[in-house]
Ligand binder design. Structure first.
Ligand code: DGL
Length: 265
């Protein structure tokens, strides 16, 4: 593997930073370009056609501009729709982020889990197929959150977010209280939600396993870069952050922990 592969990580906003953080731990010497499509945020509120029509050409432009060795779509709302289109259109390897239903069901002892995602992700045929194929005897509650991604962005930006607002978004995940069949795992099916993990744990009505797929995604990236022909290193800046709105990165210090301590340009 090239010691300095060029990896592009894409999300609708800042949630993909939770995936980036795990990839950076696994591949600290890679060059990273993080792209937040904040001009179109939140994806959860757009139609399927609108997301496909937005993301497929945008990724094409980003590939042309940055020549990445690999692209990570660090967004469930997009991945559950566009991965097949991207793979058909471009030759760069893609790694997506889709709801971790299989591992959650495998580790659930009560055989009741919830999937917490955007309202778009929980409606997708892709998500329903994951349940059909991998849930087995496990009961799956789908919870579409309208506000949680935006609340996570605001919290990362330093705004004060009330506990009650977060608690209301996660409440439907907790099913079967006072039974021995109550929810014991919640899949974080939106990359924004791990930004709030400390508060999710504190505000949960009872303890559950919060399943974050980011470490598994990082392992997949390592596997693909290890086997693919990695052929360039034209970008010498180690970490760059791009907002499609064109807004200036006002919080480079806040983002640096996600880039392994580097301040993104
Ligand atoms: N981070 C995105 C995801 O993983 C969604 C946030 C949005 O609605 O844009 O689904």
């Amino acid at each position: 593997m090239n010691a300095n592969p060029n990896i592009l990580v894409f999300d609708s906003g800042l949630g993909g930073l939770t995936v980036l953080r795990e990839i950076v731990k696994a591949l600290p010497d890679a060059h990273y370009t993080y792209v937040a499509d904040d001009a179109f945020f939140p994806y959860g509120q757009h139609s399927e056609d609108a997301i496909i029509g937005r993301v497929v050409p945008l990724i094409g432009e980003l590939i042309a501009a940055h020549a990445p060795d690999l692209v990570v779509i660090a967004c469930n709302t997009a991945s559950t729709l566009v991965l097949a289109h991207l793979r058909a259109a471009y030759t760069v390897p893609f790694v997506g982020t889709v709801p971790a239903i299989k591992p959650a069901c495998a580790q659930s002892r009560t055989k009741r889990i919830s999937v917490l995602g955007t309202s778009g992700t929980v409606k997708r045929e892709y998500t329903k197929a994951l349940i059909r194929d991998f849930a087995g005897a496990c009961e799956v509650t789908l919870v579409g959150s309208v506000h949680l991604a935006a609340l996570a962005e605001a919290a990362l930006g330093g705004e004060t977010i009330d506990d009650t607002a977060i608690a209301a978004e996660i409440a439907p995940c907790f099913v079967g209280e006072n039974s021995d069949h109550r929810t014991d795992a919640v899949v974080l099916a939106c990359t924004h939600y791990p930004l709030l993990l400390d508060r999710l744990i504190r505000l949960a009505p009872w303890p559950v396993d919060w399943i974050d797929p980011a470490p598994a995604i990082a392992r997949r990236v390592v596997t693909l870069l290890g086997s693919a022909a990695v052929h360039n290193s034209v970008h010498q800046s180690s970490a760059e952050m791009i907002f499609t709105s064109g807004r200036h990165n006002r919080l480079p210090g806040v983002f640096s922990p996600y880039f392994g301590g580097r301040i993104p340009a």
